[in-house]
Write a protein that binds this ligand. Sequence first.
Ligand code: BES
Ligand code: MN
Ligand code: ZN
Length: 502
Amino acid sequence: MEINVSVGDLFNQSGDTLVIYAPKGRRQLSGDTAAADKKLGGLIRRAQEQGLLNGNAGHLLEFPAPRNARAKRVVVLETGDKIGESTSTQIRTMAATFARALRGMDPGHVVLAAPTSVARSLSAEEATRAVTEGFVMGLYRFDKHHTRAADKPRGVVGSLTILASSTRHRAATERGVTIGRAMAEATNLARDLGNESANRMTPTRLAEEALSVAESNGLECQIIERAEAERLGMGSYLSVSNGSVEPPKFIVLRYHGARRRRNYVGLIGKGITFDTGGISLKPANGMEAMKWDMCGAASVIGAIQAIAQLKPSVNVMAIAPCTENMPSGSATKPGDVVYAMDGQSIEVVNTDAEGRLVLADALAYAKSQGATTLIDVATLTGAMSVALGNVRVGVFANNDRVWRQLDTASGATGERYWRLPIDDDYNRQIKSDIADLKNTGGRAAGSITAAKFLQAFVGDTPWAHIDIAGVMNAGGDRGEWTKGATGIPVRTLVQYVLDRTR
Ligand code: BES
Ligand code: MN
Ligand code: ZN
């Protein structure tokens, strides 16, 4: 979707659909809403009197444009909150709900003001960014495999013009579009990679997608094949691929934004393109959801795309150890012992705890490549949904500063994180009788013992682990979330990196 910025009076714009903001519960219309009401001969006032405005953010009412306007229609968009008091999260959600509702009326070229009057505590950049994110995320859909026209959702938003409140605010408004678009498109990329079926989104295909992201955005891309991974000693990662006929692909993308390597951020994403559990086979019911077990990999690929587009002066590597987890005659068996590239031995007591096995080598590799901060993202434990449901994302960190920085970044993106403990006392649960570690710690504190396992490969490097198992997919369309992969935590990772330049 094309998005541009313009300055000037809304009713002089030549789009198809002009948007008027209407805050909730105002007896007296004011500002732009009052001006628009006048142009429409009092129709908004009348709609209000007749109870046609319901006060819900994102709800819309359609009117034909006044005779002297160049547009086709005027749409009144309810902003839901008291005038001027919306947060960027409310604007993002409202814009997404609105964009989806608009699609049904085939709105063509849509023109709306940067919602600074709706959210007076936000800068023009922040308000515009929230609207842009809402539109681009809300309009996302994955409909590649519908071959019948009747099954294809209809209607598109052709293009979007955002009006800066004055020439003085034009540059900030443009920045808002640039950042919002990069954030949302990166999220949608991660969603596309996640939603694609596992027979198509194999490790090989993910590597191809990473290469194409690298080519379009000027990133370095390296795919470590099985033979090279063997030479590097990645026995933990490779043990997960033993049962599969799909070749494993260890993806490395690099972004160089700073001359010095003082801060080199490593983003590491679990890339199990399908998790059957292996020999510790999962039950059939709901197993199809395990196509999303590569959402961590998709997130770091999405994040580094946005980073490449926004060009912060930081160095970043995105690492995605990708493989299927399948049962077969050549698969890893419970009780097998494997060695990670840093030399630690692991007893694989449950082949379904495979995420930590691929991440062990990926974390060790990132360290060996000079990463000074490690952030891993993984659909790691079902226990995460038990603890936090699908609302908050669990974070584990060995470093208070990294946690605070992630928490701050999430404040700007509206994603909600929650820190969980990693006391060393939990290590007892993952001590093996015959190796350095075993890969499961029993039923108690399942998400924490998984984090403790990862921590063994991190050492003293500042590290955070984001377990997205509870939030990898949404059950339906709501606000900026659309059914299927969510693309969490793409925007927060990007924000975290942008914040590191200051
Ligand atoms: N990919 C799963 C975790 C998962 C489950 C993510 C449901 C999203 C939804 C992971 O590989 C797994 O199987 N974890 C096991 C660990 C256990 C064997 C210690 C789990 O959570 O049951
Ligand atoms: Mn598993
Ligand atoms: Zn898994």
